[in-house]
Design a protein around this ligand. Structure first.
Ligand code: SF4
Ligand code: SF4
Length: 334
């Protein structure tokens, strides 16, 4: 089991990736958001719905780190360190351990034992935590909602927050009696979860490279050798750690995005900041001026992936595009 001190030291320069499997209506996304709320560093949460109706399988993803520069991307989590399964019926339907790092933790709402679960998911190189979340939910909450309960079990093995911090996050997100019942439920889950460490599971390596060779390398794109499982191309031939300083999302598009400059300098920009709000890559650069106010100063072309959102929103046409010179970095896959 990883200690809180060890995890904190790892998270100074790494990310812990979590994935939640639930069904529509079970609150998997709320569980993910609670993780971010209760975490002691920086976090990011996003989701995927296969179909938008009750009972359909859902996934949600959480990235947590003490280095906020490492939690900028919004892709799905393909290589989770821990996976929480809120509904045991998903075990037969979804490959819940797909991409999971050896030594990772699978936290399941289930009463099955270790061997049964290892057989079900076909993995012996991961550790397992079970919690009879349904029973706790029915006894404490009076209905089958297990999203907070699974977090109590998760916390036993992955100390990304304290029980008190999780309780605080719940009290802020829920109201009155419901909040109190959920806090009682997570405390029970923390006490009653069963931990099964596998003798075949290595110590999890947060530095492990999560990239897989990209099948389209044969296309011969200039300098692009690998695709991260999260969908990130790398410029260099060397395997490098994930970090926004290395992730050249600016290579994705075929356009260079050009800013005209501030009105005071002969450009068109009136500093309305609409482009800054809409940019998905934090690629609009703003700096504090001598007047104490924030002003747009340019575009971070290393991270700008040319989505053109800023061009669409700019009310004064201060941003334009021009075709990149040379071969397009982001060729269409065959
Ligand atoms: S085109 Fe504009 S909005 Fe899109 S990533 Fe680049 S700077 Fe951001
Ligand atoms: S939206 Fe246009 S005017 Fe507003 S800050 Fe961006 S570039 Fe300047």
């Amino acid at each position: 089991m990883i200690t809180e001190a060890k995890l904190k030291s790892n998270l100074e320069n790494n990310v812990i990736n979590l994935r939640y499997h639930a069904r529509g209506g079970q609150g998997g996304v709320t569980a993910s958001n609670l993780c971010v709320d209760a975490f002691y560093g920086d976090g990011d949460c996003n989701r995927k719905f296969v179909a938008a109706h009750m009972g359909s399988p859902t996934e949600s993803y959480v990235r947590l780190s003490l280095n906020d520069d490492l939690v900028r991307n919004n892709e799905q989590v393909y290589a989770p360190h821990a996976v929480a399964v809120l509904d045991p019926s998903l075990l037969g339907e979804i490959d819940v351990t797909a991409g999971m790092a050896p030594g990772g933790w699978l936290i399941v709402n289930s009463t099955l034992d270790q061997v049964s679960l290892q057989t079900t998911v076909g993995r012996k190189d991961i550790n397992i935590v079970t919690i009879d979340a349904l029973n706790i939910a029915m006894e404490v909450l009076g209905k089958n909602i297990t999203n907070t309960i699974i977090l109590g079990a998760l916390l036993r093995v992955v100390p990304i927050f304290t029980l008190d911090a999780l309780a605080d996050a719940i009290m802020k997100r829920f109201k009155g009696e419901i909040a109190g019942k959920n806090v009682a439920a997570i405390k029970r889950a923390y006490e009653e979860s069963c931990i099964y460490e596998s003798s075949e599971a290595p110590v999890i390596d947060f530095n492990a490279d999560s990239k897989v060779p990209w099948q389209q390398v044969a296309l011969g794109l200039p300098g692009y050798k690998e695709l991260d499982k999260a969908g990130v191309w790398y410029r260099d031939e060397d395997v490098i750690k994930i970090g926004s300083g290395q992730v050249n999302t600016g290579s994705w598009g075929e356009w260079d995005i050009v800013w005209s400059g501030q009105k005071a300098d002969g450009g068109l920009c009136t500093d309305c900041a609409q482009c800054w709000h809409i940019c998905p890559d934090f690629a609009i650069i703003r700096e504090k001026g001598d007047d104490g106010l924030w002003h747009m100063t340019g575009i971070d072309n290393f991270h700008c992936k040319a989505c053109q959102n800023c061009i669409d929103v700019c009310p004064v046409n201060a941003i334009s595009k021009k075709l990149k010179q040379g071969p397009a970095a982001c060729a269409a896959p065959e």
